[in-house]
Write a protein that binds this ligand. Structure first.
Ligand code: 6PG
Length: 476
């Protein structure tokens, strides 16, 4: 009898996933393009593990697996996925399953599914979140592909190795066809960018407007983490603020350069929002914030030209800190509202029938954005039988927004007055103001468009499906 499943790619994520699978009693084969990497893994983390078999040739790797073979790819997203899958083809048989567990672009996954299906191989796209620790102890898993094959061959394995909520629900669920799993993971990452940037702006305000020390900020974030902001990202934030630099003994945070990196999934989310004609400013601004941070050299020069920051006097610091918690929480609601609107629109456009409440639940544990808050989103969807226009309008969140909004405005006004760059907290508020405005100046926009391009406009006193053109020039 062969092994149940194989993992290709023995980077930290692949190693951890293989160990997780083996720890759940499944026999797993492992392979890496460089045999030495596999050998090192077998000699260290996998040492003495009966359920793990190493293979040093692809042929042997495939031969070690039970049919239908299930091969999980934990390799770099992009052309490597095609290259590895192509190199597997000569050894695979009809009905075998290849699962791409990387952060692949969802259109690539769709293309691969179509391509490999023609060759008799079943291709799955699978979003996996939780980093190295999650992969080892239970990640959040977002699989997409053929439903029937998923139920027959993957469901048990994947739910076994996934994270579980407090009440025992697995943080793994079939997402849908095509690249929907990778799409949902992409939006997860867009939300992750938003969450991170909102927290970072709160840190910036505490530091520069409230003059708090790292220790005081750590205590505040820890306090927040005991309340409604309870989340993995807030938890690591207070721990980061307490970390010492082994080199200097200083707080490590003060020696880390303010240039953010990124691998592109946040940018894809922002692009998708634009493609869907949606307003998703919190996530998009989080990407812009990373882009702006990355041009440190330019910023240093520009700062030299405009060294002055307006003085902003904060009288009631304790009150402003309370307002800041409200601003962070309300901004978070806006960010998730945008993310779930994007998922809803994608579901319609691509015909995926995404179950949004269930997606909230599978992000409840295991993934980077895991938080109590996601249980609230699940409840919001359950309460409205899945029909949510916008999360900000659900009973679950409406009252909290009403209570938070004055404090949120105060924080944004003060930060702008002080010249602090707080794009996600500020633009979340602007999104809220825009979305809840019955009137916007788009009447003038339509008139301008009609003037120069005869683009027509609708009238407020005529049926919505009628359009009108006005002979502007003749009158002018
Ligand atoms: C996860 C993370 C993971 C990765 C991000 C980082 O869910 O486990 O999102 O996928 O850490 O892609 O992305 P950036 O490098 O773009 O910040």
């Amino acid at each position: 009898m062969g092994n149940y499943v194989g993992v290709i790619g023995m980077g930290v994520m692949g190693q951890s996933l293989a160990l997780n699978i083996a720890n759940h009693g499944y026999a797993v084969s492992v392979y890496n393009r460089h045999g030495q990497v596999t050998k090192d893994f077998m000699d260290t983390r996998a040492k003495g593990h009966d359920n793990i078999t190493a293979a040093y040739e692809l042929k042997d790797f495939v031969a070690s697996l039970d049919a239908p073979r299930k091969v999980i790819l934990m390799v770099k997203a992009g052309p490597v996925v095609d290259a590895v899958t192509d190199s597997l083809l000569p050894y695979l048989e009809k009905g075998d399953i290849v699962i791409d567990a990387g952060n692949s672009y969802f259109e690539d996954t769709k293309r691969r599914m179509e391509h490999y299906e023609e060759l008799g191989v079943n291709f799955f796209g699978m979003g996996v979140s939780g980093g190295e620790k999650g992969a080892l102890l239970g990640p959040s898993i977002m699989p997409s592909g053929d439903r029937d094959l998923y139920d027959r061959h993957l469901r048990t394995l994947l739910t076994d190795i996934s994270a579980h909520t407090e009440d025992g629900s697995p943080c793994c669920d079939y997402i849908g066809p095509e690249g929907s799993g990778q799409y949902v993971k992409m939006v997860h990452n867009g939300i992750e960018y938003g969450d991170i940037q909102i927290i970072d702006e709160a840190y910036f305000i505490m530091k520069h407007m409230l003059g708090m020390t790292n220790a005081q900020m750590a205590d505040t974030f820890e306090e927040w983490n005991n309340g409604r902001l309870d989340s993995f990202l807030v938890e690591i934030t207070y721990k980061i603020l307490r970390e010492k630099d082994p080199e200097t003994g200083d707080d490590l945070i003060d020696h880390i350069l303010d240039e953010a990196g990124q691998k592109g999934t946040g940018m894809w989310t922002a692009i998708e929002g634009l493609k869907m004609y949606l307003a998703i400013p919190t996530m998009a601004e989080a990407v812009f914030a990373r882009n702006l941070s990355a041009v440190k050299g330019e910023r240093v020069i520009a700062a030299g030209h405009f060294p002055e920051r307006p003085h902003c006097d904060v009288q009631d610091k304790r009150g402003l800190l309370e307002n800041l918690e409200q601003a962070v929480y309300a901004s978070k609601i806006m960010s998730y509202a945008q993310g779930f609107q994007l998922l809803a629109k994608a579901s319609d456009e691509y015909g995926w029938d995404l179950k949004l409440g269930d997606i909230a639940l599978l992000w409840r544990e295991g993934c980077i954005i895991r938080a109590k808050f996601l249980g609230r989103i699940k409840a919001a969807y359950d309460d409205s039988q899945g029909k949510v226009q916008n999360l900000m309008l659900t009973d679950e969140f409406m009252e909290e927004i009403r209570v938070a909004v004055a404090g949120w405005r105060r924080v944004v006004a003060k930060a702008i007055e002080a010249g602090l760059y707080v794009p996600t907290i500020a633009n979340s508020l602007l999104y809220f103001d825009g979305y809840t405005s019955e009137k916007l100046p788009a009447n003038l926009c339509q008139a301008q468009r009609d003037w120069f391009g005869a683009h027509t406009f609708r009238r407020d006193d005529q049926p919505h499906d009628l359009s009108f053109h006005h002979p502007w020039e003749e009158l002018g």
